[in-house]
Design a protein around this ligand. Structure first.
Ligand SMILES: [Zn+2]
Length: 98
C-alpha cells in the first residue's frame, strides 16, 4: 500500500463509491472510537482508539468497506475470531483453608 499515491490516474479508470443505504456519493470524514480496557493495555485508564472512517453525508451510514476487517459483520461468517477466555485469577478471592 503506497502512502502517497500519484494521482495521475485518469478518473475514468476509477469507480465511484456510493452509500449502501441511500446511494449518495458524498461522504464526510468521521471517527469511530473503540475503547480498550485498561486491563488489556495495562495503563491506568481505558484507552480510546480512533478509527477514521467515511460516513455518508446524507444519511450518516458508514459502508462496511470503510470499516476495518475485524469490525465488518459480513466478513467470513464461519471463521469467527476465537477470543481466548481470560481467566481472572484473583476473582472473588476464594480462600480454602484446611
Ligand atoms: Zn447514505
Amino acid at each position: 500500500m503506497d502512502q502517497q499515491m500519484n494521482l495521475n490516474i485518469g478518473l475514468d479508470k476509477t469507480s465511484p463509491i456510493s452509500c449502501n443505504k441511500c446511494g449518495s456519493q458524498v461522504f464526510q470524514e468521521g471517527v469511530l472510537l473503540r475503547k480498550a480496557s485498561r486491563l488489556l493495555t495495562g495503563t491506568a485508564q481505558d484507552a480510546l482508539i480512533p478509527i477514521q472512517v467515511f460516513a455518508c453525508m446524507s444519511c450518516g451510514n458508514v459502508n462496511e468497506e470503510f470499516l476495518p476487517l475485524q469490525m465488518r459483520q459480513q466478513a467470513t461468517p464461519k471463521e469467527e475470531t476465537i477470543e481466548p477466555e481470560v481467566e481472572e485469577e484473583n476473582k472473588g478471592g476464594k480462600i480454602i483453608t484446611f
